[in-house]
Ligand binder design. Sequence first.
Ligand code: CA2
Length: 144
Amino acid sequence: MTPHLLVLHGPNLNLLGTREPHIYGHQTLADIDQHLAKLASELGARCTSFQSNHEGALVDRIQAAAHEQVHSIIINAGAYTHTSVAIRDALAALGVPIIEVHLSNVYQRETFRHHSYLSAIAKGVIVGLGAYGYEAALRYALSQ
Ligand code: CA2
C-alpha cells in the first residue's frame, strides 16, 4: 500500500512568505505543501497537509488519522508546540511515528520557545533548517 504521510501546520503558519521572511523564509505554505506532495509522489508515497489556527481542529485532525492508516506525521505545531498538552496527548494516542519540525532555530530565540511538549514523544526533531526541514523529515520518514 502507498504510504501516507500527514503534515500538520499550526497557528500562523498560513502567513508564511508574507511576513517576517528573515525568520521564516520566503516560501509560502502552499509552496511547501506542493513541494512535499511532489516529492512524496516521486518517492512512491502520498503526502497530505493540514493547517489550522485552532488547537481543537488540530486535535480533531490527529484523531481522524486513526482511521486513515497514516505512516508518519510531520508536525510544526507553531506556538502550540510550547503550550499544548492536548496535541501531545492526541499524537501519543495515535501511536504513529512523529517528526517535529521548526523552521527557525527555536534555541536561538526567546526561552519560552526552548520547551516543546511534543519533543518527548517525537522520533526526532528538526529545527532551524527552514523549509528544508520538512523535506528532510519526509525523506527520513520514508526511509523507515
Ligand atoms: O520556527 C518555527 O517553525 C515555529 O514553530 C514557528 C512558530 C513559533 O511560535 C514557534 O516558536 C517556532 C510561529 C509561526 C508563525 O509563522 C509566521 C509566519 C510568517 C509570518 C508570521 C508568522
